[in-house]
Structure formats: C-alpha cells, structure tokens
Design a binder for this molecule. Structure first.
Ligand code: GDP
Length: 297
C-alpha cells in the first residue's frame, strides 16, 4: 500500500533523533539524510525533496531548537509540519455555486481514470451531498468512452447526456446545459476528450471547452502509478488550463505515493479526491491531515 515504506522509514529516523538529549549538527544531518532518502524512495520529485529538506533545515537549525529541552522532538515536529504543508493544510471541496448549476470539467490523459472518476464523483455528490447530477459525454472522438460513461451512469443511477460522435464537444456541452436547466440539475460533470499524450490539439480543444462552459472547477486526474511523469503532466495541464483541483487515481496499486506529495506541491493546486480501485465506490474525499497522520503514524 502507498506510503507504507515511507511511513516505516520516517518513524525509524524519528526514533533515533527523539532519544537524543542533546542535538548535534551531526545527528541532525543524519536524520535529515534519512528523511531525504525515504522521500526520494517513495518517488517524491527531486526538487520537492530538495526544498522540503532546505525548509526543515532552516527551521531546525534555529537556536531555539538547539537549546530546547527536547530538541529531537522539536525537529520531528518541524518535519511533521512541513509534510502537512506539502499535503495541504485544509480540505478542498468542489466549488459549488450558491444557486444555479455548478459545472465541473474533468480533464486528463487517456487511461488515467478520468471517465471512471467522473462517475465516481457523480455518485459521491449524489449520495453524500444530495446533488442532482448530470454526466455529459464530451469525448466525442472515442465511441468507447461514450459507451463506458453510459454504462457507469446506469450503474450509479445518474443520467448521462450524449449526442453521439456526430456532434462536436462544444455543441454537446451547450445542449447538455439546456437539458440540465430543464431538469433542474445542480451539478453538471463534463467528461472531456482524453489522449495518450499532451498535444496542442488536445489543449486547444480543452481551452475552447473551458471558455465555452466557464466551469466552476477543472479537475485533473493524474495516475499515481506513473511515478515522476505525474509532475510533468500536471504542470503542463495547469499551465495551459489553470486547473482548480486534482484527483489522484490508482493509489491502490504499488505506487509508492510520492506522486501525490509532489503534484500538489508543484502545481500548488489542492487534491480533492483520491481513487483507490476500479469500483465506483472506490473514491474518497482527500483529507490532508488524515493522510499526514497515516504517513507519520
Ligand atoms: P480514462 O481513459 O482516463 O477515461 O480512464 P478510465 O476511466 O477508462 O480508466 C482506465 C482504467 O483504469 C480502467 O480499467 C479503470 O477501471 C482503471 N482505473 C481507474 N481508476 C482506478 C483506480 O483508482 N485504481 C485502479 N486499480 N484502477 C483504476
């Protein structure tokens, strides 16, 4: 499970230093080296780790820490706080409008779990937040994506709007909004085009969709299993589309979890949901404090 090994290694590093009555620069550096190694091994991005260690070091080298009765524990606390900052300090949620229809655009590379995540979020909002949801199939190039969304919609009892592959994505979106107004929906989730790689055509299509729909949220699905690539992809999507939230998928696999830590830090965009399985119920709202506790025990 993600973070298990990180969690083990950090607790060992903490145990060593917590027992020290007096803190020397040497044992502090040893501890920081261990923290650095455990983050890198968990697949956290190199730059993120570098900044992390530099921040901890700056705070921990202060005289206040060195002179305190329990310097080891103070340093452990500094690492904990820094990790919490990395994960985010408060819960992030969908930007629901006070009145009218809230719109969410789901974006992401093909295979990251975007279509499944669209349905999972629809189910979550319907069941937990009592929203009337409409899913819209805007990946009009791939008939399989439309069929997949329809099947998912049926399984969670949420309507799926589609005009097939003959009608463009923008027109589908416009008609879907009319439909949603008529049926007094609260939330419309657009499953947009996905491709295997980022290219200009994909970004142009998504930018057009963004200016057309004016979404309240643009959520990017990123696959935790893709290791370091997750950062490059997220940065590119964010630069081009100013995404508002992240959905980290496939946290159930043998991903070491570092992607989740890096991606939030590099984009400065909060993680809203974490997906850890193929089933529609395998989605959780992301609570950074709970995740920090899980990692730090
Ligand atoms: P899309 O191309 O981005 O729309 O991706 P899909 O939603 O079609 O998902 C691609 C594959 O990943 C499917 O086989 C999904 O069942 C699977 N998948 C999606 N999310 C998760 C997850 O959190 N964990 C696991 N193990 N598989 C997932």
């Amino acid at each position: 499970m993600a973070f298990e090994s990180l969690s083990d290694r950090l607790s060992k590093a903490f145990k060593n230093i917590s027992g020290q009555g007096k803190l020397t620069e040497k044992n502090m550096n040893e501890m920081l080296k261990e923290v650095r190694m455990s983050l890198l091994e968990a697949d956290v991005n190199y730059t993120v780790v570098k900044d992390f260690i530099a921040n901890v070091k700056e705070k921990a080298m202060g005289q206040e820490v060195m002179d305190s009765l329990n310097p080891g524990q103070m340093v452990v606390k500094i690492v904990r706080d820094e990790l919490q900052t990395l994960l985010g300090t408060s819960d992030a949620r969908i930007n629901f409008k006070k009145t009218g229809i809230t719109t969410v655009m789901m974006v992401g590379l093909q295979g990251t779990g975007k279509t499944t995540a669209s349905a999972k979020i629809a189910k979550y909002c319907k069941e937990k937040l009592a929203k009337r949801v409409l899913l819209v199939a805007c990946d009009v190039i791939r008939p399989a994506a439309i069929e997949q969304l329809k099947t998912l919609g049926k399984s969670i009892d949420v309507e799926v709007y589609s005009l097939g592959t003959e009608v463009g994505a923008l027109q589908t979106a416009r008609k879907a909004m009319d439909y949603a107004k008529d049926r007094q929906k609260d939330l419309v989730i657009f499953d947009t085009a996905g491709r295997l790689h980022i290219d200009d055509e994909l970004m142009k299509e998504l930018q057009d969709m963004k200016s057309y729909v004016g979404p309240d949220d643009i959520l990017l699905t990123v696959d935790a299993m893709t290791g370091q690539d997750i950062v490059t992809v997220a940065k590119e999507f964010n630069d081009q589309l100013s995404i508002t939230g992240l959905v980290v998928t496939k946290m159930d696999g043998d991903a070491r979890g570092g992607g989740l830590l890096s991606v939030r830090s590099i984009t400065n965009v909060p993680v809203l949901f974490v997906s850890s399985g193929e089933k529609v119920e395998d989605l959780e709202a992301f609570h950074p404090d709970r995740m920090a506790n899980r990692i730090l025990g």
